[in-house]
Design a binder for this molecule. Structure first.
Ligand SMILES: Nc1ncnc2c1ncn2[C@@H]1O[C@H](COP(=O)(O)OP(=O)(O)OP(=O)(O)O)[C@@H](O)[C@H]1O
Length: 803
């Protein structure tokens, strides 16, 4: 460095001449190196595949160094089979057990194929990796960041959680994107500067999930935007060869790479799998007892809905089992979800309650137990859930809880998928009943009771919507006892929106409905499902519960009603749709809607309601009453003036005048006219859209070409001045060395002074503070890249690449 400061000025002819020659020579050698690499890839013999280690594969130096620095040496079976094909450019349909290393099987080819195409920032998006969940996308991105650390591609993570605008600004210049389908599609439709015409590779991780109904529309729309000439890689532990799916993705003679078929089991051999038959009302007792006797373990518990996750987590937390508890479901904020996955990954002993949002792909280190408290919807989901343990040659245990009515059906489904699960029994001695504790807690804490009610409803609903009726038999479930086991004073009343109960209620005499309305909040009495018709004798205890409810009635009531009406549509969470918890008092809410519709009659009607009303709903009516009394506010409700246009003779006209009905009819049937109109407008819109896109594209192309020309010029100048080489060519000598160090060496060798204006090629995921961080790291002697702690860190790292 001392030499640096004292060296002659940049561009000095004296020293730049020999350096210029050195650079030309280096560039030539790099070109030759790339040619040789291409030749080695062409020579790959996929039939006689003996690539046992990454070092034996024809890989570029940056990838080889990235793999080595991440301690990956030998290839796993799926990698052995898939990588050579993928390096040669074939489409791949890859299936291998959970935890067998599929992520590297597609990330290595992504890096290599772009590298060999000399992909630069100016070439735009080269590879798109789709993942069904945000968590999995983050994980893939992290692996990419590790093994790609010596490359100069820019890579980004697009999973939502940020404003579209913020993401938009970064997208345009990314080479590799890891994303969830919904968010990607949003950008494709709305981000003009996002160019995908050049895309070389499309990867679908957990392909069967991405291709299924939930994502079908998004994926089809995404694929429509992509160029047909591309390489497509599909990977999953439960892959199907469905011809229709392959056609949807326009796969060309895909290589079917499967390490399942030779195997006798679809799950890893290091995984011990058992099931216990537990009646629904004893499930929580068994789970509690299990956790209490495994306090020194890392346990992952799957439940079928976010509401159940919340209830079990809240309830068990109150009871302090003696092990850290965590919970994760699709409704949590993204930052919280990331925080929880990190915490669970880092912990030695803890218990995570989760929905299927973590069932696929997530690589939590060293999970000892996977417990499936609720039966998975099918054998594939079972395989993915248990796959969170026994990963990459480690041991693991999985226990499936089955209700007696589910046992036969589910075991049959598992056998069909080559999954053998052995039955074990619960040690009755160790079984501890927590029903009374839960009842006590629900009694004292109405919030918990409320969460319990929601959990109950969402469980019943999850069973109701299951397709496989041979496994899930709602009628055989002891729902009343189940609700008691959650600590609830009675099963919340449930109606299935299209079911008999709804019809019955609708057709019931008004008298009967209103008399039952007086019985307190909907959750307090009456049965559900098959037990709905049972009449329940209300005890003093029940009444006491109802009295507790009176205190929180407004809150409780509005939560139930609002939740019931305003469920949003998060694709990831099965329990997001409208709940069908019936709150009988909603009828009075409906009458308020009627009143509004009746306009002027509102006031007297409200008064009469006041007399009948025992509920706080009238608070809202009072507000309306006040509003109607205020003249100023009433003005707002008055009709506004109309906008008119005047013709040349000064006659007023409406802006849109309706034509004579007869004339309209003469032109043809309404439907035909409507269809014609819509068609015309659609065509007009499409044409305008196309023209806009083409104009924007042409502009971008022009800009890009200008920039490329400018950079070529600058590179030539740099050559003359002994400046640094282009970054993509393979390095020799200190290959894999930190680029910063490489920069220093180049400059000191050349003897060029440190020019503060000179651009330094940024590395992967570098951000503005990276220089500082790198030197700190060096000071500490750390070699590994720093782990991001939050989603912001991760995104900052990705975005930092953009100059
Ligand atoms: N070649 C390898 N050498 C050593 N470890 C590896 C290798 N490949 C993958 N692994 C490790 O194996 C674990 C599982 O890998 P990965 O997450 O890719 O599995 P997967 O097949 O995608 O699993 P799932 O089906 O659950 O998504 C990871 O911790 C990963 O670091």
């Amino acid at each position: 460095m001392a030499v640096l400061a004292a060296g002659p000025k940049r561009g000095s002819k004296l020293i730049s001449k020999p350096k210029s020659e050195a650079h030309t020579l280096k560039r030539k050698r790099d070109e030759e190196g790339l040619d040789a690499l291409n030749q080695r890839v062409r020579d790959i013999n996929v039939k006689d595949n003996d690539y046992g280690t990454f070092a034996s594969l024809p890989l570029s130096q940056p990838t080889a160094s990235g793999l080595e620095a991440s301690h990956f040496k030998a290839l796993t079976d799926i990698q052995k089979q898939a990588v050579p094909h993928a390096l040669k450019g074939s489409d791949i349909l890859g299936a291998a057990k959970t935890g067998s290393g599929k992520t590297l099987a597609f990330l290595v080819p992504v890096l290599e194929n772009l590298y060999r195409k000399k992909w630069t920032e100016l070439d735009g998006l080269g590879a798109l990796v789709l993942s069904p969940t945000r968590e999995l996308a983050i994980q893939i991105f992290e692996v990419l960041r590790k093994i790609g650390r010596y490359h100069n591609f820019s890579a980004g993570l697009v999973i939502g959680g940020k404003s579209l605008q913020e993401e938009r600004e970064r997208l345009g210049r990314m080479n590799i994107l890891v994303c969830t389908p919904g968010r990607m599609l949003q950008h494709m439709d709305q981000t003009a500067a996002f160019e995908i015409d050049n895309l070389q590779m499309l990867v679908l991780d957990e392909a069967d999930r991405i291709m299924d109904m939930g994502f079908q529309k998004d994926v089809d729309a995404i694929v429509e935007h992509l160029p047909r000439e591309r390489q497509t890689l599909l990977f999953s532990a439960t892959q199907t060869k469905k011809v229709s799916d392959l056609a949807r993705l326009s796969l060309r003679d895909p290589e079917y790479v499967s390490v399942h078929e030779a195997a006798t089991s679809a799950t890893p051999s290091t995984l011990q799998q058992n099931y216990v038959v537990t009646p629904l009302p004893e499930k929580l007792d068994t789970l509690w007892s299990f956790i209490r006797s495994n306090l020194k373990s890392k346990i992952l518990v799957f439940l079928s809905s976010g509401k159940q996750v919340r209830f079990v987590y809240e309830a068990f937390r109150h009871m302090q089992p003696g092990i850290p508890l965590l919970h994760l479901h699709g409704r949590q904020k993204q930052t919280a979800r990331l925080d929880i996955t990190n915490k669970f990954s880092a912990s030695k002993n803890s218990c995570l309650f989760a929905t299927d949002v973590v069932a696929r792909g997530l690589d939590f280190p060293a999970v000892d137990w996977v417990i499936q408290l609720d039966c998975p919807e099918d054998a594939d989901t079972y395989i993915h859930r248990v796959g969170r343990t026994a990963r990459y040659e480690r041991d693991g245990r999985a226990v499936l809880f089955l209700e007696p009515s589910e046992e036969e059906g589910m075991i049959k489904r598992l056998e069909q998928k080559k999954v053998t699960v052995e039955k074990i029994n619960v040690r009755q001695k160790k079984q501890q009943s927590i029903k009374n504790q839960l009842q006590n807690m629900c009694f004292k804490d109405p919030e918990l009771k409320y969460v319990g009610q929601k959990a109950f409803v969402s469980y019943v609903r999850s069973i109701h919507i299951q397709k496989d009726k041979e496994v899930f038999k709602l009628n055989e479930l002891p729902l009343e006892e189940f609700s008691a086991s959650l600590g609830l004073p009675g099963a919340p009343k449930i109606k299935f929106l299209k079911g008999d109960n709804a019809k019955n209620l609708k057709n019931a005499p008004r008298q009967a409905v209103s008399s039952s309305e007086d019985e307190g909040d909907g959750a307090a009495a009456s049965g559900s499902g098959s037990t709905a018709k049972k009449t329940i004798t209300r005890t003093k205890y029940d009444r006491m519960f109802e009295r507790t409810n009176q205190d929180i009635l407004t809150d409780h009531y509005s939560k139930l009603v609002n939740d019931d009406q305003g469920q949003s549509s998060d694709v990831n969470n099965a329990d997001e749709g409208q709940d069908f918890l019936t709150v009988k008092r909603r009828l009075s809410d409906a009458s308020s809607v009627d009143s509004e519709a009746e306009g002027k009659l509102l006031l007297p009607k409200l008064d009469s309601r006041k007399m009948v009303g025992k509920t706080p709903i009238n608070v809202e009516s009072k507000r309306k009453e006040k509003l109607l009394k205020s003249k100023k506010k009433l003005l707002k409700l008055k009709e506004k003036g109309q906008k008119l246009v005047f013709d040349e003779e000064g006659n007023p006209h409406q802006i849109y005048e309706l034509e004579n009905e007869d004339q309209f009819k003469q032109r043809g049937a309404v439907d035909v006219q409507k269809a014609k109109f819509l068609e015309g407008e659609q065509a007009r819109l499409q044409a305008a859209d196309l023209a806009d896109k083409q104009a924007a594209k042409a502009k971008r192309k022009e800009k890009r070409e200008k920039r490329k020309a400018r950079e070529v010029e600058e590179a030539a100048d740099d050559d003359d001045a002994g400046g640094r080489q282009a970054v993509l060519a393979p390095f020799e000598g200190d290959i894999g060395e930190d680029l910063d160090a490489l920069d220093d060496r180049d400059e000191s060798e050349v003897g060029v002074s440190a020019d503060p204006v000179k651009k330094r090629p940024r590395k992967w995921f570098e951000d503005d503070s990276d220089g500082e961080r790198t030197s700190q790291r060096r000071r500490k002697g750390e070699d590994d890249i720093q782990e991001p702690e939050t989603l912001e860190d991760l995104e900052a790292m990705a975005s930092g690449l953009l100059r």
